[in-house]
Design a protein around this ligand. Sequence first.
Ligand code: SAH
Length: 217
Amino acid sequence: MQHLKDTFKHKGKRKLLIEKLADMGIKDQRILEAFDVVPRHFFLDTAFEDQAYTNMAFQIGAGQTISHPFTVAFQTELLEVKKGDKILEIGTGSGFQTSILCELGAKVYSIERQSELLSSKHVIHHLNYNPKLFFGDGYKGNALNAPYDKILVTCGAPEIPQELLKQLKVNGVMVIPVGEGVEQKMLKITKQAETAFTKEEFGTFKFVPMLERTVKK
Ligand code: SAH
């Protein structure tokens, strides 16, 4: 169960988290402001409410976790989100990252493979964001609404899904953690031309795995 009330106590804790994210190297002021606006504790079970503004990951059901705030901020910064960008997110999970992208003015399409987690739409809508949410397998992307300016993968992919590269616009950017084991390398892939890509690496992270096929409760 979530707690959908935002208090001065929560707001104060958010300011401290934002200072920490800035200390850790997040420079984009718009991202720090988005973290000030989107109440992370709304996306967590009340059991974790007091720790919602620490740099920690928490269980969100179906064996999944909400990403660390730093990871969300870092991936968002790599994505260089502009107002009006059409973004495909793989792994809606709690909906926190989805909401941050919406707050930045992006037009968001987000796919989740666990039907149990689709309930995150209630919190997202409560905050008046309107992303398009899909139950499906992120490996396939969402061809119907392609191409996208940006693609953000929030689960650890064993390899780069070719279908997602196809659904990216030329000059588009995909941010994706890639690795076969428990750790992944954060990659930023830029589509130079229909079949030409550049790849940059940005350190090691730990995500829950990107798995094929959908899971109904
Ligand atoms: N962005 C989320 C991160 C949740 S963890 C947040 O901020 O809370 C990663 C999510 O990816 C999990 O919810 C998991 O179920 C989902 N996932 C894993 N494999 C997937 C796939 N093939 N397609 C779509 N979602 C997937």
